[in-house]
Design a protein around this ligand. Structure first.
Ligand SMILES: Cc1cc2nc3c(=O)[nH]c(=O)nc-3n(C[C@H](O)[C@H](O)[C@H](O)COP(=O)(O)OP(=O)(O)OC[C@H]3O[C@@H](n4cnc5c(N)ncnc54)[C@H](O)[C@@H]3O)c2cc1C
Length: 331
């Protein structure tokens, strides 16, 4: 595309966003930086950030963006994303404000995508509902957890999902949890699919025992992971089906404390890359991650797969945000 064509596309897109957002009552902000929006605290500016507050608003805005062929991506709490340092020329749909309230009904809870996962775990525990207590320390939204089937200490969110609400053609549609493939940190949701909320089916248990399991998981986390650090959790998946721990293997390679610019392999947990200092860049974290992958390949013959999502600055393909099947299947 020539520079003139790009300018035309951008100005048409900006005009569309300026018309759609106020009409739907959605806050729109320009030039926000991934460094403020993600837990790694690095990454460049994004052209537009849209902040719907209800599931219906989020579904409508996604439908309108698709109808106007505007490229967009979804962000939850940003705790599993490493975004490039360059400027990102697309629209970011933040689900953080789509919080609502958790509605409990017997063993079921219906919750919106922007609801905090740790908060939901506490809400459920207080009601004597079990099934997600292992997830209490995962610092993201319910939507982010659904997207990648977040899990810890024996629990995975996919195990308790009864239905998921997704945006389809500008409306809220319900998908049975059994129609989704819930794999290890991966699901069959397709790229560009907007998850609006879910109904989870938990089970009654003794509240004291649930709290004790939550406390145990918290203590394990405290003992084995850096806290208060700028990270995105585990950077790489464990080699599938091997029973091997990537963190342990990186540690045995002597890489704890290895550094590239403002990125460091955490001395506490070798599968955590943390960023430090004002000057830290996404490029530092990526270079360090690639150094780990190179050594891993040479020393173990294993190709490490990223658990963190790497977001390049280029606009996501519009094809990805069309209705279709399983792009997330490919990882
Ligand atoms: C200290 C720390 C510890 C962690 N420990 C764990 C752990 O034990 N287990 C674990 O599984 N993860 C862990 N993580 C990783 C991360 O917290 C989880 O992956 C979390 O579920 C991501 O949620 P999020 O809202 O931050 O998603 P984001 O990082 O904002 O987004 C992640 C992906 O989900 C997509 N997404 C987010 N919301 C939606 C939506 N509503 N609709 C469609 N797509 C969406 C985004 O487009 C992106 O592709 C940890 C992270 C940190 C920082």
């Amino acid at each position: 595309m020539s520079e003139t064509q790009i300018l035309t596309v951008v100005s048409t897109r900006d005009a569309a966003v300026r018309e759609i957002a106020p009409r739907l009552g959605v806050r729109a902000e320009e030039g926000r930086r991934f460094a403020e929006l993600t837990s790694l605290r690095v990454g460049g500016a994004v052209d537009w950030l849209l902040l719907p507050e209800t599931e219906e608003q989020a579904a409508s805005i996604a439908g309108e963006l698709d109808a106007h062929a505007v490229a967009w991506r979804v962000l939850g709490a940003g705790s599993n994303v490493l975004a490039d340092d360059a400027d990102h020329h697309y629209v970011l749909l933040s689900m953080r404000e789509v919080k609502g309230v958790a509605r409990f009904d017997g063993e079921r809870v219906s919750v919106s995508a922007g609801y905090s996962l740790p908060r939901l775990c506490v809400d459920a525990a207080r009601r004597g509902l079990s099934g997600i207590e292992g997830l209490g320390g995962i610092p993201g939204t319910v939507g982010g957890a659904l997207w990648m089937n977040a899990g810890a200490y024996g629990d995975e969110i996919g195990q308790v999902v009864e239905t998921v609400r997704v945006a389809r053609g500008g409306r809220v549609a319900e998908v049975p949890g059994t129609d989704v493939r819930w794999d290890y940190r991966h699901t069959s949701f397709r790229d560009g699919e907007l998850l609006l909320g879910a109904t989870l089916r938990l089970r009654h248990d003794d509240p004291d025992q649930i709290k004790a399991r939550m406390e145990e998981a918290k203590q394990k986390r405290f003992a084995t992971q850096p806290h208060g650090a700028r990270s995105a959790g585990c950077f790489f998946k464990n080699p599938p089906g091997s029973g091997l721990s990537t963190g342990k293997m990186i540690d045995e390679m002597g890489m704890k404390g290895a550094q590239h610019g403002g990125a460091v392999v955490s001395p506490v947990h070798a599968n955590f890359i943390v960023t430090e200092g004002e000057g830290a860049q996404a490029a530092d974290a990526l270079a360090l991650a690639e150094e780990i992958r190179d050594r891993f390949r040479r020393e173990h013959g294993i190709e490490l797969e990223y658990e963190v999502e790497l977001w390049g600055a280029a606009a996501p393909s519009l094809i990805e945000s069309d209705a279709g099947e399983g792009a997330n299947d490919e990882q």
